[in-house]
Design a protein around this ligand. Structure first.
Ligand code: ZN
Ligand code: ZN
Length: 260
């Protein structure tokens, strides 16, 4: 599997000189195999999707918060005729995948619906486990306001787990550690510092120390932190990265490619 980090910013995209290193685009991770291109979330990072040739395109939505969907109208492949895109989401507040997209992208908030774009976008209900070509997809519920899915994608004896938008608390941490047991690569939400967490309980995010705990308990081989707070600039994140960095641990930045 080839994993490309396309967006690591949480909550809202940011731009400017002070965000160039880690990137200002919101949540999107691309997992590729020979025939499949699977995007976890469609934040503004999806706009930077690389050339994937004629691979099958799937988008797996963790949850419909804006920072995970905002890039979809500018996804390069949605403007291509003869492209098929499978978009999977669970139901949220009684809305299915299609209703979620139509609510967000359509008048008066957007000039047209995504169904009006040239690609053939198919909205599907996410039921797990799911097989996408040679990739097995499993999931558990995250601890996040309104709910979110923590995905595990496995292929050829390797796996990647994506726990973005997850707030650490003991009960769900034990479940996450079990779910991520021995995984090759774990993406963990680390939006806040320990100090910030004290006043942001219930916001649905974690700190690096908590991700390190999950790594230790799960035996995950590699750890990358994602969902960086929009107020944390490169200087701040570089310092944080220095504090946690090892051969297997670092803060993820836009454009990072990891091969498993
Ligand atoms: Zn988010
Ligand atoms: Zn969220």
């Amino acid at each position: 599997m080839k994993i490309t980090v396309l967006g690591v910013r949480g909550s809202i995209p940011v731009e400017g000189q002070e965000y160039l290193k880690f990137g200002g685009s919101t949540s999107c991770i691309l997992v590729e195999t020979e025939k499949e291109a699977i995007f976890i979330d469609a934040g503004t990072g999806i706009i930077n999707a690389p050339d994937i040739g004629d691979k099958n395109i799937t988008i797996l939505l963790t949850h419909p918060h804006l920072d995970h969907l905002l890039g979809l109208p500018f996804f390069p492949y949605i403007t291509q005729k003869n492209r098929h895109i499978d978009f999977y989401s669970k139901n949220f507040l009684g809305l299915n995948a299609s209703e979620i997209l139509n609510k967000l992208f359509g008048p008066p908030f957007w000039p047209c619906t995504l169904g009006d774009y040239p690609a053939d976008l198919k909205c599907l209900e996410l039921t797990l486990p799911l097989q996408i070509g040679d990739v097995s997809v499993e999931g558990i519920e995250s601890n996040h306001p309104g709910g979110s899915t923590i995905f595990k994608l496995s292929q050829g004896g390797k796996s990647v787990v994506c726990a973005t938008d997850y707030e650490y608390e003991e009960k769900s941490a034990a479940r996450l550690a079990e779910f991520a047991k021995g995984t090759d690569l774990l993406f963990m939400d680390a939006q806040y510092t320990e100090e910030e967490l004290a006043t942001r309980k219930g916001y649905g995010h974690s700190a690096v120390s908590q991700g390190l705990k999950i790594m230790q308990e799960s035996g995950a081989k590699n750890l990358r932190f994602v969902h960086h707070d929009p107020r944390h600039n490169d200087e701040f994140l570089t310092q944080l990265d220095k504090e946690v960095k090892s051969e297997t641990v670092s803060l993820a930045g836009r454009g990072e490619v990891i091969k498993l």
